[in-house]
Design a protein around this ligand. Structure first.
Ligand SMILES: [Zn+2]
Length: 144
């Protein structure tokens, strides 16, 4: 998974500007940390990470000069879309990014996590898929 954050870092680390109190090396370290945090979140929390490109861009944009902002955004977007495609492909195969099996997000009546494999494109197994449907209807109900 970190091949994606390292790719972003490699392309952008030369463009960072010195930060007050930290200098350029500190800014580069911060860039790497933010990239890796985003990739970790994407890999482990895909369903709740709604805007990974915007989130990472907002976290690191202050490290770059105004003239580089568009380049920074495009670079993040390109690598993030690859990372998302990778995570989704792994999820379709029923495994997480590191090859361990995906588990249903539901909690059983005993209070333990459900160990079953989720349906494709859902975070719940067949027995808990109603949870996914009720989640999806909530925003619409609030909007109405
Ligand atoms: Zn389940």
């Amino acid at each position: 998974m970190y091949q994606f954050s390292r790719a972003i870092y490699r392309e952008l680390s030369a463009d960072v500007t010195s930060q007050p109190g930290g200098g350029r090396v500190a800014a580069q370290a911060r860039l790497l940390t933010e990239c890796e945090a985003s990739m970790t979140r994407l890999a482990t929390d895909r369903h709740y990470f709604a805007h990974p490109v915007k989130t990472l861009f907002n976290d690191v944009r202050s490290l770059f000069p105004i003239g580089s902002q568009l380049h920074v955004y495009r670079t993040i977007e390109r690598h993030m879309l690859e990372a998302i495609a990778y995570v989704d492909e792994q999820a379709r195969d029923g495994v997480t990014f590191d090859g361990s099996p995906l588990c249903c997000h539901a909690t059983t009546r005993k209070g333990t996590s459900c160990q079953r494999v989720p349906l494709p494109s859902s975070k719940y197994c067949p027995s808990h898929k109603h949870l996914d449907e009720s989640n999806r209807q909530q925003p619409a109900a609030v909007a109405a």
